[in-house]
Design a protein around this ligand. Structure first.
Ligand code: PEP
Length: 254
């Protein structure tokens, strides 16, 4: 049987200057030169500011580039925001939407994530919708309800025909970052199954094809076990991917 395609990507958050981003991308491209991309979708999501230089520096068929956020309006009186038209002009294909840090620190709601998803899809981007329960929701035993809610609200109004440009990242908030502890492969696998079932409810035709990535304290020690879970299509990585050498080690393990 053919090996399924694995999705591996990193969000650089508010790390790396333009120069550091370029150095990282160049080294990553070099280190992954021999890996065929038929079975690997590799992507990096730098800060807005680094994107123009980044698009000139890498072949996006080898390393896809995405934006960390986007406003849903094409233009307007939204000081400090970035519009889909600006990102489109750069030749980006991917936009990350609803990372837990956006939801936590910038008070983004499911309704706003939905506006962004719809706008991104309308403009031809792939929308990477991030969802995940908080530690409190987990303790209260409402993780499944919350995940279903985030999917149903976040993907509301998405047409079945657009679903081939939807990716989902399952990132339990309690697992993310320095204070986080990774979800066990079993826990993550079970939540991925729930996510798949919900996606199939929303998109009976294409729901099965939507890549669902796990994120939250992925490291070279747990990456292989997580990606072996049948319901996990890939990994969305923070800290453990920000050095090209460490990221390469991880890539070669899954
Ligand atoms: C993230 O914030 O998306 C993430 C997965 O971070 P980390 O891997 O550092 O926990």
């Amino acid at each position: 049987t053919e090996r399924r395609k694995v999705y591996l990507g990193t969000n650089l958050k508010m790390y790396k200057t333009i120069g550091q981003t370029l150095a990282f991308l160049t080294e990553l491209a070099e280190r992954t030169r021999d890996i065929p991309r038929e079975q690997l979708c590799l992507f990096v999501i730098p800060s807005y500011l680094a994107l123009p230089a980044a698009t000139g520096a890498v072949d996006q068929d080898r390393i896809g580039l995405g934006a960390q956020n986007m406003h849903w309006e094409d233009s307007g009186q939204f000081t400090g925001e970035v519009s889909p038209l600006m990102l489109k002009e750069l030749g980006l294909r991917l936009v990350e939407i609803g990372h837990s840090e956006r939801r936590q620190h910038f008070r983004e709601t499911d309704c706003e994530e939905n506006l962004k998803v719809l706008s991104a899809l309308r403009h031809g981007f792939t929308a990477l919708l991030c969802i995940g329960e908080t530690g409190q929701e987990k303790e209260l035993g409402i993780s499944d309800e919350r995940l279903r809610q985030q999917l149903k609200l976040g993907l509301r109004g998405v047409a079945e025909a657009q679903a081939d440009r939807v990716w989902v990242a399952y990132e339990p908030v309690w697992a993310i970052g320095v204070q986080g502890t990774p979800a066990s492969p079993e826990y993550a696998g079970a939540k991925h199954q729930l996510i798949r079932e919900t996606l199939l409810e929303l998109f009976p035709e294409r729901g099965r094809e939507i890549p669902v990535l796990y994120g939250g304290s992925v490291n070279p020690e747990n990456a292989a076990a997580l990606s072996r879970q049948p319901a996990i299509d890939g990994l969305f990585i923070g800290r453990a991917a920000w050095e090209a050498e460490r990221f390469e080690t991880l890539i070669r393990q899954v």
